[in-house]
Each structure stands twice: as C-alpha cells, then as structure tokens.
Write a protein that binds this ligand. Structure first.
Ligand code: SF4
Length: 691
C-alpha cells in the first residue's frame, strides 16, 4: 500500500509540474524528485507508448491518444485521425488524467454497515447485489449511458428479469434530439456545417464553449473565419448575457430574455415580404419588426438589416441554444424555420441531418423502453441500481424517491451525492481503464471510436458491464455471447469491418489491430440512412412568458470547465479561470453595473437571489456585458459530497431547478464581503470556500 501511494504521488506531481508555469495551485517542486521505485516487466523504462481511445467527459465523443510510460498515463492529446476533433482537445479532455489518478476515487467495493462504509471483496459484492434482486421484486436500472456497452447488458437483464430502465437525461444547454424533431420531423441531432457557412446567426448557442460538440464546432469556426480563398464569414450572436462565444462575434445583440423566437419570426417576416410569394407572408404578418421590436429590445431597423444580411448571404445558417432560448420550445422551431427559408437543409454550410449509427445494433434483442428518469419510475421498486448518474446532486425529488427504495446499489467511481445514499457501492473503472464503442456523427460521416484500457486498473475496480454480466451468471441468466465488455466490443468491431468504413482489412484480426492502432473507424452514411427529404416544419405560435412579480431574470448556464457539476472533482478544472470573469474555485452571480449601483452592490458582496423555486447565495461579480434586467450564474458548484476538490464549495442552482433556465428573481445584499479567487491574484495553493 505504501508502494502504491508512492507511485501515485510521483504521477500526480508530474502532472502538477506540467502546468506549473500557467496555474496557481500546483504541487511542491521537491516532490518531483522521488524516483520510480517499482520497475514493471511489461514495459521498457523510458519509452513512451501512445494508445488511442475515446474521451468520455462529455457527450461529444472526441478521439484521444494517451501517452503512457512505465505503465502510467501521463498525457492526453486529441486523436488526429478522429473526424470530430481532428487532433484537438478541450481543457476537460486534458484533465482526464485527474479522473484516473484522483485521490478520492473509490478503491474497492463498499458495503454500508452501522459504522459507515466497509470495504468488501468482489465475490462478496456480487453476492450482496444478487440477494436483494434475485426474486421477482421490481428493480430499476438508472444510467446516463444507455447507448454504451453497460446499457446493452442492462437491456438484456431488463428483458429477462423485467427490470425497468431509466435514462438520466443530464441537463443541457443545447436542444435535444426530441427538440429538433419539432423542426425536422424526426428525433435527430443535426450537424451544423459552420465551416462552410458564410453567415452565422446564433441565438444563444455557446458553440465555442459547451454546445453539442465544442471542439468540432471550434475547429469549424476557425475555418469559417479563416477566409482562405473566400470572404471571412460574418457572425452575429443574440443573447441577453455576453458569453465567450458572443465575445467572438462581429455583433452581439442583447435581446430580452426568451425573445429569440420572436426575432427569428420577425426576420422570417422580412425575408418573406421581400423575397417570397404571398402564401409565406400571410402567417408572418403579426411578426413585422416594427410590431415586436419593443418586446425584444432589438430595434426594427437592426432586425431588418440582419434579416437582409442573412437572406442575401450565399450560405446562411441559424443555430440556437442557451438557457433563455430553451425555456420555450417554440423558440427552437422558429429559429430552425430560418434554415428552412434559407433552403440549407442537407446542403454545404447548412443543417446536415444524419440518423447516426448504433455499433451494438445486432446484439440488441428488440430494445426495451428506456423511460426518462423521474420519481415515478423509481416509485414502488424494491431495488435501485445507479450507473453514471448523480440525480441526488440536481434533483431533490428523485433523490427522495431513491432514498425510499429498500435497496440501493451504485456503480459510481467517486462517492458523489447519490453514491452516499447507497447500501452497496460497486466502483466502476475510469473511462481510461474501460472498453466501449463511442459513436459520434461528424460532417459527412459517423465516427466509431474505440474506448479501451490504456493502463491497468489503478484500484480494485471493475467495469459496470462486467459486474452486470457476473450478476447475470449469479442469477442463472447466462447469455453466451455476453462474456465481458471486452468480448462485446470485439464482436461489434468484427461487424464494423463489414460496414465499408475507413479501415480496409482482410480478416477480423487485421481489422482489430488497425482499429486499436487508429482508435477510430469512419463510416460513410451518405446512403439510405441519411435523409435528403425536405424536413416537415412546424411553426408554433409565439407566446411570451407571463409577467413576473420579480424585477430581474436569473439565467443559469453550464460552466465551461465543470459542466453541470460532473467535473467539479478535478482540480485542474477548478483552477481554470472562467474566461469572462477569471473566477476560479467558486460560484458567482453576474450583475450589470447599473443594477449593482441601484442595489448598492460592489464586487464580492455576498448576495441572496430569491426566486419562486428557492434561494441561492453567491458573491456578486460586476459584469458590464449583461442586460441590466438580467443576472446570470454558472452551474457546476455546490456539491455536498464528491471528494475534497468539489465538496462544500459554491452554490448549486440545479438543486432548485434541475436544468438550466431563466426565472424571475430579486437580489438582496447580505452585508458580507467575499474574496473571490481570480486569475492573477495572490492565492493560497487551494482556496477553501466556507460560508
Ligand atoms: S469536447 Fe472535450 S470533454 Fe467533450 S469529448 Fe471532446 S475532449 Fe472530451
């Protein structure tokens, strides 16, 4: 154990050294001098081994290559062969090493006893799992990863044992496939061909930060702006608070909260009036810019100008995202209607529709229904099994339903808020120790990346799929082809060989070797699985939010580094300064200087935000690039558990409303001054936040 600790120590401080020049919370330099004491026969000391795999830190599915030396991973880079991220990687992807070597990882199975959690062996753990679910008692399996190998095994168990399945749709600032179905007639997340667009109009879509696939869209944005052999693309961002994405725009239009759909329809009115036959104009008459300008706070002449720019551009494209935009589903339909008017569906620079590709499709036996996670799905079950999901952090109602179940088992990697409720914890591998296949659509193809162990497991953990297979055997439900996560991935890979992808091989073995080496196979889905039909668009009647008794509107948004709190346990991401405010390690509330002056607030004043759904406390940051009637707060902090770096820090808006949204609010000053950790200030190594 002492040796284990020492090896871990060397790696962690090696990582700290890499970022020492840039960041303020690195380790002590003397610790880097401790030599590697434990040689391993399976590697050549001093030689780097780069292994291809896939990033699992957000749904974008980027390809990665991991440098290992002396059987330890010490650097993650983007896989240049992966069409989604083409060698690039975001800060979250870089921080994946800290998910692997984090000192707060669960190191072995845990069973709850009267004196707290106690470590047990895997044999004991599988028996302890099988016992309460062996009969006909109802069981619910909750996961955010229905598409992966664990979801596949859970589906088999659900079919044979009558389990309920519940998909934990994590909060998102981007429309879901169902949201897009309102516009495109089927549930799909399109690819937006920003690289080839000539005019980009974004209604709150933070595509350079967190929207859909941020690395892919950041690269595409580079091409859009580069202007090689063509005019530089023009970019307009419409949103009430200037995000990092808006800060890159040619023009930022701070429209009133939730008015995105109105602006899109007013633009449609101008386009129809000037370019289209009468039948298009009639339904849009009520949205003339002059009629809606005062409700959007964007002058009629500005709306008319951007409508003309959009319509006259060679390849215009409109996209939508953000808390205020998503508060109303008809905003999404209205913005996508602009794309239909532009005729850019399935065209270069437009909206590319794809059906995606399920690499496990031949192993599914008629897919059981995955319910959306709710307290009702959990209610009445005798056992709750939870995989890659932490609803106790963001949904008190669901947490309550879980708590009332007689038996709770968690497959968590860290003791998060939901794992803390469990009777049994069966710790999953980190994604850098796991097998899976990750499907990610990109422009013109679908990429299937292989996720495989790049190092031996650091602790006594097991991949959740393998635990479920062991459970099935214990219960007498042996499905012969589901031997292990690795065997499932190998079998699916053999089928990929026949899918006419980017790897040509004459045998399964040859394909497997090439797949492991390249990390990705690209499938051309331009055949029958891609729609080239004109989408059926539904244009909904707009309706403004009812006037609120609260004078301000609070917008919550996804933290660039911490996401919706799932990455708050990684210290590199905690210490990454927010690009707009430079705040680290904390929550904050952005307030316009005019509003702050009216409320008698200055920088660092602790404020209480009251809304119909509850109250929050956080320090004020005076932020000029936000409308005076709006305040904004990032999600991601406010954990009550989840390890030393996450717990007890900041506030969690998701505990009041389990998704990013815009809500009426008022602010009061509490008379307490807080010193915010900001980049460039003199800080202790790790800031403790207690208030
Ligand atoms: S966008 Fe970043 S976090 Fe998401 S998969 Fe790609 S590298 Fe990983």
């Amino acid at each position: 154990m002492a040796q284990m600790k020492r090896r871990e120590f060397i790696i962690l401080n090696g990582i700290g050294a890499a970022s020492a020049g840039l960041l303020s919370a690195c380790g002590h330099p003397e610790n880097k001098l401790i030599p590697a004491l434990i040689p391993d026969d399976e590697y050549i000391p001093g030689i780097d081994y780069w292994k291809a795999s896939a990033c699992a830190l957000c749904p974008a599915g980027c390809g990665i290559v991991v440098r290992t030396r002396e059987q330890k991973a010490n650097k993650i880079e983007g896989n240049p062969l992966h069409p989604v991220n083409r060698g690039a990687l975001c800060a979250r992807g870089q921080a994946g090493l800290q998910a692997l070597y984090n000192p707060d990882r669960i190191r072995a199975p845990l069973k709850r006893t009267s004196s707290g959690f106690q470590q047990i062996s895997w044999d004991e753990a599988i028996r302890a799992l099988a016992e309460p679910i062996s009969g006909t008692h109802p069981v619910v399996f909750i996961s955010s990863d229905a598409e992966g190998v664990t979801g596949l095994v859970a589906e088999r168990l659900a079919s044979s044992r009558g389990w309920r399945l519940a998909r934990d749709a994590r909060p998102s600032e981007a429309p879901t496939a169902e949201d897009y179905s309102l516009s495109y007639g089927r549930a799909t997340i399109p690819i937006f061909d920003i690289a080839n667009a000539t005019y980009l109009l974004s209604f709150g879509a933070r595509f350079l930060e967190t929207w859909h696939s941020p690395v892919m869209y950041s690269l595409a944005y580079g091409e859009f702006r580069r202007g090689a052999n063509r005019a530089r693309g023009r970019f307009v961002q419409i949103e009430p608070r200037m995000s990092l994405t808006a800060a890159n725009a040619d023009q930022w239009l701070p429209a009133s909260v939730g008015s995105e759909g109105l602006i899109a329809l007013a633009m449609a009115h101008v386009i129809a009036r000037e370019k289209l036959p009468n039948s298009f104009r009639e339904p849009l008459n009520q949205y003339a810019p002059e009629k809606i300008a005062d409700r959007t706070d964007i002058p009629a002449d500005v709306i008319t100008r951007i409508a003309r720019e959009f319509a006259s551009s060679e390849r215009p494209l409109a996209i939508i995202g953000g808390a205020s935009a998503l508060s109303r589903a008809d905003n999404i339909a209205a913005v996508n209607y602009l794309n239909a008017l532009a005729g850019n569906i399935n065209k270069p620079g437009g909206v590319i529709l794809s059906d995606g590709f399920d690499p496990f499709r031949s192993m599914r036996r008629g897919r059981p229904n995955w319910n959306e996670l709710s307290a009702e799905v959990i209610s009445g079950t005798s056992a709750v099994l939870i995989h890659r999901s932490n609803p106790a952090y963001y949904n008190p109602k669901i947490a309550e339903a879980i708590r009332s179940a007689p038996f709770i088992a968690s497959f968590a990697t860290f003791l998060d808020e939901t794992a803390m409720l469990a009777d049994l914890v069966l710790p999953d591998h980190s994604y850098l120790e796991s097998w899976d296949l990750i499907s990610a659509p990109s422009k013109g193809s679908t990429a299937i990346a292989i996720m495989r162990p790049v190092v031996q497991p650091e602790f006594d953990t097991r991949q959740a799929a393998d635990v479920l297979i062991a459970l099935a055997r214990q219960l007498g439900d042996v499905a012969s082809e589901l031997e292990s996560a690795e065997a499932i991935v190998k079998r699916a890979a053999a089928e990929l060989r026949n899918a006419q992808g980017s790897i040509a091989a004459t045998s399964d073995e040859e394909f497997w070797a090439a797949f492991l080496e390249r990390g990705v196979v690209e499938l051309d889905l331009t055949g029958p699985s891609r729609s080239d039909k004109t989408p059926k668009l539904t244009l909904q009647k707009e309706s403004l939010r009812a006037a609120s008794a609260y004078p301000l509107t609070l917008i919550t948004y996804e933290h660039l580094a911490l996401g919706f709190g799932e990455l708050a346990n990684l210290p590199w991401l905690q210490e990454l300064p927010d690009p707009m405010t430079s705040v680290m390690w904390d929550s904050w509330i952005e307030i316009n200087p005019k509003t702050a002056s009216e409320l008698g607030l200055s920088e660092g004043d602790l404020v209480e935000v009251q809304s119909e759904l509850g109250t929050l406390r956080a320090p004020a940051v005076i932020y000029p690039a936000i409308r005076p009637d709006v305040i904004a707060m990032p999600c991601g902090q406010g954990h009550g558990a989840y390890g030393r770096y996450a717990a007890g820090r900041g506030a969690n808006p998701l505990s009041l409303w389990p998704r990013p949204l815009a809500i009426g609010a008022r602010v009061s000053k509490l008379g307490i001054k807080v010193k915010l950790a900001r980049f460039g200030t003199n800080l202790p190594e790790r800031l403790e936040v207690k208030r």
